[in-house]
Ligand binder design. Structure first.
Ligand code: SF4
Length: 213
């Protein structure tokens, strides 16, 4: 990366950190995936229940595999071959976990977190339930404001996720959102976390790399 692009990343991270902290979110700035993983692990223990929310970023930084392979008490609805009843039950249990881990679709320079969910379990847990929440976001998730957040979600994140999940939606064919009526639509719950009123509850790990979608 050129020194100028690096400078721009640092400026954006500084600004978004200030804005999020003004809204009572905790923020950890992370140089790279390893840094993010290590900073998160410093706060985790093997006794607490750890709910896993949907996130490519948690996987890409190696945190999910580390927890899975090292005896942490995870509640994981993403185990392959679970029945839909088992997935539903595990998703409900994550809502009462001690700590919930997830990614975000967009973080704005105005200090807000914007997400769209299919079932709503991720956004529900971020709003209320788990005692602590760790959210992970790469540089590519930082946008100017709510409008840009929606643009990135519907122009980029949702079509890629629909394709990844093999959903029968128009966007998984065209790459473009048509605000579909598909039964397999993945965009059902839109949330903006404007502020956090419980101090120290939500920590956002901002990572100086492009991660997830
Ligand atoms: S609303 Fe439908 S077409 Fe648009 S991104 Fe979501 S699933 Fe795709």
């Amino acid at each position: 990366m050129s020194e100028f692009a690096d400078w721009h990343n640092d400026e954006m991270l500084k600004k978004v950190k200030e804005a999020l902290e003004a809204h009572k979110f905790l923020v950890e700035l992370c140089e790279n995936c390893e840094d993010a993983r290590e900073k998160a692990l410093q706060e985790l223990d093997k006794k607490s229940s750890i709910g896993i929310g949907g996130s490519m970023t948690v996987r890409e930084i190696g945190l999910f595999d580390h927890l899975k392979d090292n005896g942490y008490n995870i509640i994981n609805p993403y185990v392959p071959d679970l029945s839909s009843e088992q997935v539903f039950d595990l998703r409900r249990k994550t809502l009462m976990s001690d700590l919930f881990l997830a990614g975000c679709n967009a973080v704005t320079l105005e200090g807000e977190v914007v997400n769209v969910d299919g079932y709503g379990n991720r956004v529900a847990a971020v709003i209320f339930g788990p005692e602590k929440v760790f959210l992970f976001a790469g540089m590519n998730k930082i946008v100017l404001d709510r409008q840009q957040a929606l643009d990135r979600i519907f122009d980029i994140a949702a079509p890629i996720n629909a394709k990844r999940l093999s959903r029968k939606t128009p966007c998984a064919v065209t790459g473009l959102c048509s605000d579909c009526d598909s039964p397999e639509r993945i965009c059902n719950h839109l949330t903006v976390n404007m502020r956090q009123n419980i101090p120290d509850r939500i920590t956002i790990f901002l990572i100086k790399e492009n991660l997830g979608f």
